[in-house]
Design a protein around this ligand. Sequence first.
Ligand code: C2E
Ligand code: MG
Ligand code: MG
Ligand code: MG
Length: 269
Amino acid sequence: YAKSLGRNQAQTFHVDLADRFRSRFQMENDLRRALQNHELVMHYQPIILAETQQVVTLEALVRWQHPTRGLLSPLEFLPLAQDMGLMKTLGKRVLELVCRDIQRSAITLPKISINLASEQISDATLPDQVHALLAQYNIPASALAFEVIEEQLQDDTNKLVLTLRRLAAAGIELYVDDFGTGYSSLARLKNMPFSRLKMDRSMVAGLPDDFDDCAIALSILGLAKGLGMSVVAEGIEDIAQAEWLCHQGCGYLQGYHYSHPMPLDQLTL
Ligand code: C2E
Ligand code: MG
Ligand code: MG
Ligand code: MG
């Protein structure tokens, strides 16, 4: 039947649209199911102390083990989860998975840093939820850190600052993620309880040859020093980047050069 219509542009367009609609609908259903059926899995990427080259932190990064599409990266499903209003549920699931991994581990793990969505940090009940989970899994607050994207700090409500302060007061370290990509005011940063800046990998990519990237990286290192914070450079893919950053006093390093994110039991710690 389709053949008899010939190559009708409009027809093709409608079919495409219907296909895309169906697959989006399918993905939405799949994601709802995934959140219940243990299809979300955590991978972990080491953060290295530059001075000793030891793994001092692991960043938890969520993946979706989809039954037919394989292992999906967060960039492929977080936007959908966000559209569907599922970020709080997903964030809670991630917290549970990480706590479970810590509890089950035969060795004492390094601190694990977890990425928080803006839906989570704007939720005033977050500190209580975290407290309850830590108690349930019998884990000290010092086992966790949270990463908050710089951009999420823009709506500087007192409520947000209070939530962050409560988390920090409980003993959870807070890191600013993707630093250098947002427009957070430095004065504001000063009043927030962050202990570490994660220099975005878009700056690290050009090191050590790109003059502008070097200038930005140096200013971030200087700023952090002034504010008493440490710096992690993310996205290090080669030794030249690492050496330049070490030489400039960057304390912590992360990237494919050291390790890709992997399931916990595949990491050598
Ligand atoms: P992010 O927090 O900035 O994480 C770093 C991303 O860079 C990760 O991508 C990591 O795999 C990748 N990466 C690490 N080293 C290198 C490198 O040397 N080169 C390059 N090109 N990339 C590198 P991933 O795992 O795809 O995560 C993407 C983003 O998704 C994360 O960016 C984070 O914002 C978000 N995300 C991941 N897991 C979670 C989660 O559990 N909850 C929330 N809310 N967001 C998450
Ligand atoms: Mg992160
Ligand atoms: Mg980052
Ligand atoms: Mg990022």
